[in-house]
Design a protein around this ligand. Structure first.
Ligand code: GDP
Length: 322
């Protein structure tokens, strides 16, 4: 493990763009353990799709490090049904931040993408070099194209202007602060909400989308934040770094595990009229492990912590608003 950091956060001003999202809020929690000042922009004050606003924000706050955790995100249905938002918003957010970071001489920028950037049928586990070697999965190609453009932006600014901009591609993330909307959310928060509702209402079945055979890899979001900070400190090169566990589970087994964690005894049914999406998606973590980092939280304890947060915070907040 490299014992000296390439980049030190000590005494630095660090802007977490997207601090209210799943990853951004975990980054704010994680950065509290660093000797740095965390900058966050209120959403009403800064629309990241507007270049002038982004440039002004950087001029006024002059961060030395930036983490681009802001993005329009959603599960398989959201991606497939809102293609314009997923492409336009994400392109604008990343282009504006990267250009403004260059203009205002940001020392280090970390751009966050997703493992959906890889071709649908790329060899598994997905190595970083598989990028742009084949057609994308159609249910999330809009998001994937935007995220590939983000990697290329960082590479272009590194090559032309010598900016220390790097990219990290996390696998599917979950944890406290996720979007628990049953239509728009990713599989873990959406199924957690559906199974919990079924338990409370005494429903006999829960509908799981797709065949249940799709394979996915999941990383607990506080591990992801820790990994991102580690990569920020220890990595500086053009090629992106995968961030994951290299462990996979079928959607059928995941749904069963969720039912056990939640204490639901009803039946899980599989709705094959809904898409499976990409058949398999597990990232190769050789480069990540070479940097001396690996995930700490196994799936079951991660789901248990997420469920406690869902009941004690998310549902409690919703009851307070109602
Ligand atoms: P993906 O990794 O981009 O496909 O994103 P998702 O997290 O939305 O979906 C992962 C897998 O879980 C897909 O095969 C879905 O069909 C499946 N899945 C099963 N039930 C659900 C559900 O209630 N919501 C979502 N979003 N996916 C589900």
């Amino acid at each position: 493990m490299p014992n000296t950091a390439l980049y030190s956060l000590a005494g630095k001003r660090v802007w977490v763009a997207g601090h209210r999202g799943l990853v951004g809020s975990a980054l704010v929690r994680r950065l509290q353990y660093e000797n740095c000042t965390i900058l966050t922009a209120p959403r009403q004050q800064l629309d990241l799709r507007q270049p002038e606003q982004v440039s002004l924000w950087l001029r006024e706050t002059h961060p030395q490090a930036v983490i681009v955790a802001a993005a329009k995100v959603g599960g398989i249905h959201a991606n497939d049904s809102r293609p314009a938002e997923f492409l336009y918003d994400n392109l604008m957010i990343e282009a504006n931040i990267v250009e403004a970071a260059h203009q205002h001489r940001v020392e280090k920028l970390v751009f966050l993408g997703s493992s959906c950037i890889y071709p649908r049928l790329a060899p598994q586990p997905l190595r970083e070099s598989a990028l742009l070697t084949g057609p994308l999965e159609s249910t999330n190609e809009w998001y994937a194209i935007a995220k590939i453009a983000g990697i290329k932006l960082c590479q272009a600014y590194r090559r032309q202007y010598d900016c220390d901009f790097i990219s990290v591609m996390p696998t599917n993330l979950y944890g406290p602060g996720d979007n628990f909307d049953t239509m728009q959310g990713h599989v873990i928060p959406a199924l957690m909400a559906k199974i919990h509702q079924a338990k409370v209402s005494g429903a006999e079945t829960v509908d799981v989308w797709g065949s249940g055979r799709a394979l996915r890899e999941f990383l607990y979001v506080d591990d992801a934040a820790d990994g991102i900070v580690h990569i920020l400190k220890h990595y500086s090169a053009a090629e992106h770094v995968n961030l994951g566990t290299s462990e996979e589970i079928s959607i059928r087994d995941l749904a069963g595990l969720l039912a056990r964690v939640i204490g639901y005894r009803g039946k899980l049914t599989f709705d094959t009229s809904k898409p499976d999406g990409t058949p398999r998606k597990v990232v190769d973590t050789t480069r990540l492990h070479g940097l001396g980092w690996q995930a700490a939280t196994a799936l079951q304890p991660g789901l248990e912590q997420t469920y406690r947060w869902y009941v004690n915070h998310h549902l409690a907040e919703q009851r307070a608003i109602a």
